[in-house]
Design a protein around this ligand. Structure first.
Ligand code: F6P
Length: 545
């Protein structure tokens, strides 16, 4: 891969700096007043997603300069390298090919000269056969009872995706079954997931790319004990399946590798949910709906791969993100879905974005002297409106936000569908208030006493994108996730970092391993730093050790 160069030494970067100084005071009110067409002109469509980006603090010139930066940073070249299976995750010497997971059966995508698509479909076919057996009741537990409960045990990328998508697609799920997701090494998580379940009707899906992750193996071991103490050792084969790239560890754990669904080292953990890691979701929604979701991902992949930078949605959102992150110094951005079904969407995006772009050296290992990945946060509207939106409207921080909504509520809501207009009115109103605010003159004209005017004035000029789709279907969910995946890619490419490794999570894991025996009293605290030693000793006293 070519040298990523120094972002802040490019002419394009400095052109943007100058442009920022010239335009930073511009208000969205002025921009809209000057261009009555702005609301329709600054909108893009891809697949089923419509994105209004008119409420951003940008002009035609800003967008032109941002696209010049995109070209200077060779983003399309890196994109093409990703799609063609080059090992762009160079610190781990791996290709980055989650796009192959959703490619159609006849596609050809090669890694080291081998087409990986047939293997992807072979696993999908096995997953479909297995899900079909569980859903039809043909796959029974050790006592002959059908499986009523499915518990996915995994963490990070082996948990957040299936959990988020299960919530998102609840109306499409088999409501006669219980689906639970266990990730935390805190025993309370597993306890709450299984305490009311009948082991004879429970299937555990142990999901771990490496099959060595301590949280997952600890929980899987405890789940195994829970099952074995009720049904005996021989029951394990009918109640445990594995999803992993590591057949040896799966076998070592005691799961028959015939009941293992594989994936590959070219799928990063946080990009793995549409691999076999989605098995629990496939059992919940069925193979056809799962395929619709994969087709939604693929549609966005193709858009990202082929659309010109002017029409390319992930490129646009990535560039806008860089604009606020690096030029306006926005530390965070909020993702605010106006859909209860997307209650876990932002949790999922946190790993996707922050594990990918939370880096501070460039691809050549030099410290970056610009901002990289933002802090991602947010919860579904309208709940946030009654909590932290106060800060969004009148606080001192600039928080760019994505507002996500759907024109139609899901069919299943019945009578409650009537509430949907109110939900969406809130979404549109928030975008309006954030952008245009309310001036002191407007407040005073309402007869507000003078001393209260400053308190009741809204500055506005707070940027948002509005992402609108007809309905939250499996395909639309796939499109949304792929949109954010590629947005994160674009930003990482501009910043010149490796978005595909995650060395930053290692140190804490090593230290926890080292500390555990000191907490139990099996080792002493003499070699620890003063703060940690004091805390560990206090913990031991509290535990009577
Ligand atoms: O600790 C971070 C991480 O490696 C993530 O990237 C990954 O999604 C998660 O742990 C789980 O890893 P595994 O699937 O190997 O258990």
């Amino acid at each position: 891969m070519s040298d990523s160069g120094r972002l802040d030494q490019t002419d394009e970067w400095w052109a943007l700096r100058r442009h920022y100084e010239e335009t930073r005071e511009l208000h969205l009110r002025e921009l809209f007043a000057a261009d009555p067409e702005r609301g329709s002109r600054y909108a893009l469509e891809a697949g089923d997603l419509y994105v209004d980006y008119s409420r951003n603090r940008v002009t035609d010139e800003t967008l032109r300069l941002l696209r010049e930066l995109l070209a200077a940073r060779k983003v399309t070249e890196l994109r093409d390298a990703m799609f063609s299976g080059e090992k762009i995750n160079f610190t781990e010497k791996r290709a980055v090919l989650h796009v192959a997971l959703r490619a159609p059966r006849d596609a050809v995508i090669e890694v080291d000269g081998e087409n990986v698509v047939p293997a992807v479909h072979e696993v999908l076919d096995r997953m479909a056969a297995f899900s079909g057996q569980v859903r039809s009741g043909e796959w029974t537990g050790a006592t002959g009872k059908p499986i009523r409960n499915v518990v996915n045990i995994g963490i990070g990328g082996s948990d957040l995706g299936p959990k988020m998508a299960y919530e998102a697609l609840r109306p499409y799920t088999d409501r006669s079954r219980v689906f639970r997701f266990v990730s935390n090494v805190d025993g309370a998580d597993l306890h709450e997931a299984v305490h009311d379940l009948d082991p004879a009707e429970t299937l555990f899906i142990i999901s771990s790319k490496t099959f060595t992750t301590v949280e997952t193996i600890t929980n899987a071991t405890a789940a195994r004990q829970w099952l074995v103490s009720a049904l005996g050792e021989d029951a394990v084969a009918k109640h445990f399946v594995a999803v992993s790239t590591n057949a040896d560890q799966v076998a070592k754990f005691g799961i028959d590798t015939a009941n293992m669904f594989g994936f590959w080292d070219w799928v990063g953990g946080r990009y793995s949910f549409d691999s076999a890691i989605g098995l629990s979701l496939m059992v919940a929604i069925g193979p056809e709906r799962f395929r619709e979701m994969l087709d939604g991902f693929h549609l966005m992949d193709e858009h990202f791969r082929t659309a010109s930078p002017e029409r390319n949605l992930p490129m646009l959102l990535g560039l806008l993100g860089v604009w606020y992150d690096d030029f306006y110094d926005a530390q965070t951005y909020a993702v605010l879905p106006y859909s209860h079904y997307l209650s876990r969407f932002t949790d999922y995006l946190q790993q996707l974005d922050m594990e990918s772009d939370g880096k501070s050296v460039d691809r050549e290992g030099r410290p970056v002297t610009w901002q990289t990945g933002p802090i991602v946060w947010g919860t579904p509207g309208t709940n946030g409106q009654h909590a932290y939106y106060q800060l969004l409207h009148q606080g001192t921080k600039l928080v760019p936000a994505d507002l996500i909504g759907f024109a139609r509520p899901v069919e299943e809501l019945g009578e409650l569908k009537g509430q949907h207009d109110l939900l969406m009115a809130n979404l549109f109103a928030q975008g309006q208030a954030l952008a245009f605010g309310k001036t002191a003159e407007e407040v005073a004209a309402e007869g507000v006493p003078a001393e209260q005017v400053p308190h009741r004035t809204f500055p506005g000029n707070r940027p948002t994108n509005t992402i609108l789709a007809t309905e939250l279907t499996p395909s639309v969910l796939g499109q949304l996730i792929a949109l954010y995946e590629h947005k994160v890619f674009v930003q990482g490419a501009i910043w010149g970092i490796n978005s595909f490794d995650q060395w930053g999570v290692e140190l804490g894991k090593v230290l926890a391993k080292n500390l555990e025996p000191r907490l139990t009293g099996a080792a002493d605290t003499g070699d620890l730093d003063g703060s940690t030693a004091t805390l560990v000793e206090r913990y031991r006293r509290l535990r009577g050790r």
